[in-house]
Design a protein around this ligand. Sequence first.
Ligand code: SAH
Length: 481
Amino acid sequence: MDYFPLFLNLHGRPVLVVGGGAVAARKIDLLRTAGARVTVGAPELLPELAALVSTGTLQWQQGEFDRNWLPHNTLVIAATDDRAVNARVARGAEALNIPVNVVDDPELSRFIVPAIVDRSPLLIAISSGGRAPVLARRVRAQLETVLDESLGRLADLAERFRGKAKQVFRSVGERRLFWEKVFDSNVPALVKAHQDADAEHAISQLLAGEAVNRSTAVTAPGQVSLVGAGPGDPGLLTINALRALQRADVIVHDQLVSQAVLDLARRDAELIDVGKKAGDHKTSQERINALLVTLARQGKKVVRLKGGDPFIFGRGGEELEQLRAHDIRFDVVPGITAALACGAYAGIPLTHREHAQSVRFVTAHCQAKTGDSSSHEPLDWPSLARDRQTLVFYMGVAQLETIRTQLQAHGRAGSTPFALIENGSRPEQRVITGTLADLPEQAAAFAVRSPALLVVGEVAALAETLHWYGQLPQQAAAKAA
Ligand code: SAH
């Protein structure tokens, strides 16, 4: 170990920063955040620093560096762009035994300033001992992603209960066990959801339960996170989705969720595939609802993972209604729905202003139930057939014939472009383009399979010029050639 790590309380302490440029300004900012009383020494200052001087929040020693600036400071930082000046600052500080840092110069420095992840009061410092600052910054970026923003508030909450916990639990070991239990319970999720009163109540309950009967383990009720897994590319997960996957005890997922996304789950999380087989939707859905309730009641952190966004043709709402009916806590992490992902990855700006004023997400699925075209049509074809709108059909592969016929019958031109995007955002993505009049024939020629999304509207033709991902868009003409 080349350095001794420590956190220094600088509240109200004098610190000298030599240099008046951008590097100095960043250090001054950090020092002020930590409550230090900062003096800047420099012939001239950046306007932002001068502004602080004029409001009296920053002291200014105007001029070239002078050793007389050094005494009485708790720390000194040299941040000029002149190595000779920095060296003089360092020597002077060393002579007085004042810890000194020269920015980006570990040789001249007594201490180094780490990269930090700030979830105050929780604070993480990372250092490569000055050898690879960029690497340290990368580690920092990774930690920033993994660590929830709510951690600081959780630490504050814990601090509010510290005294009480000390009264109840005399030994350090007992207290540690108690806090482990708190952080394993749904308290962190409550804090994250800004349900502060409920979080405090939960801690009080844990505390009271423990105080009354320490041999009875208090099992905090489980929690379900309804999480959108996006269309397949794991890079399209939200940071919150990734965090949920890494916290989960059990993940209940659909077939649509890609393996690449599941690979990001916590190693020892249990995976349950509830991919619905066609024809048995109702019972499966009921079974899924019951499964979620059971798992949550066992006190587990359950992630209900759905392709795309859970509220877009995902039946997420129905599952939440069940959870609420059983008084089980939940939260929702939105995902990138297939329409947005397929548009982006196929080069189709869904509302390009020259072509469309609106976009509609439509499920073609309900057509399957009526089957027979003579029966009642659940979709509002006259309004769907209107111009200057983009239609995005989910679950449409089996309904292309109906879609073509109905749209044309209600006035949409046969020359309207379409794009079929199969496996959008995945390595095997295919994009088939053509015109509405030939839609089912082209889909058949290319043997398009689910999951595939259908885009109808002038914007679909833009895939031919704006494509950038995977294979080039294919057309019937190219197929024939
Ligand atoms: N909740 C999901 C949609 C579920 S319905 C979402 O927000 O995306 C299932 C339909 O979504 C599929 O039949 C298909 O039309 C579409 N879909 C989902 N993922 C897709 C993908 N990667 N590529 C193309 N279509 C996709």
